[in-house]
Design a protein around this ligand. Structure first.
Ligand code: IMP
Ligand code: MG
Length: 182
């Protein structure tokens, strides 16, 4: 990709690094609060989008916790999901004896998480909670609500802090609106 075009598509920052950091502290405390009875906590990161969020939030967790990864792919035509969700990588551990917290980057139509949550619930964890960095409630097609969402945003296509457009921009340290104009 051309370097100028790459830069020009970053329309404006909507959530800064500082704003994210503030929320991470709160969110870490929430996870700590689940550890009441000595049941271990498993943070399940849904790849690829949540890899930055997971890496940051886990450093604000002070109780014993393990980390697991799953990959779900929602198929996109440009910036629009076509509704097909596929689990391309599953957890390697059993979850029966854990408080499971799903760590997701964004809830858009709700399809990915409603599928993933259903699947994990069927494996009988001690509890199942969903934490998402971003929520776009206006776009919901499947009724799904996270237990905790750090930021609610309008219907923008966003990039950065793990989120991509065609695999680019995941490494931006902030969250920006992607310029969909020509
Ligand atoms: P859902 O299944 O429609 O809720 O979509 C969830 C997945 O779509 C997320 O995990 C993201 O990977 C992707 N996604 C949805 N909205 C955006 C966006 O604004 N920017 C980048 N990726 C997005
Ligand atoms: Mg994605």
């Amino acid at each position: 990709m051309d370097k100028n075009e790459y830069q020009n598509k970053i329309k404006r920052i909507i959530i800064s690094e500082e704003q994210i950091k503030e929320k991470l502290k709160e969110a870490g405390k929430l996870i700590d609060g689940l550890y009441t009875d000595g049941t271990p906590i498993l943070l399940v990161s849904i790849l690829k989008g949540s890899f930055v969020f997971l890496a940051d939030i886990c450093r604000y967790v002070n109780v014993p916790c393990e980390i697991g990864f799953m990959a779900a792919k929602s198929y996109y035509n440009g910036t629009e999901s076509n509704g097909v969700v596929k689990i391309t990588m599953d957890l390697t551990q059993k979850i029966e004896n854990y408080h499971v917290v799903i760590i997701e980057d964004i809830i858009d139509t709700g399809r990915t998480l409603s599928d993933v949550a259903k699947m994990l619930k069927a494996r009988n964890p001690v509890s199942l909670h969903v934490m998402t960095l971003l929520d776009k409630p206006e776009r919901r097609l499947v009724d799904f609500k996270a237990d905790y969402s750090l930021f609610t945003i309008p219907d923008y296509f966003v990039i950065g802090y793990g989120l991509d457009f065609n695999e680019y921009y995941r490494n931006l340290p902030y969250i920006a609106e992607y310029d969909e104009g020509k």
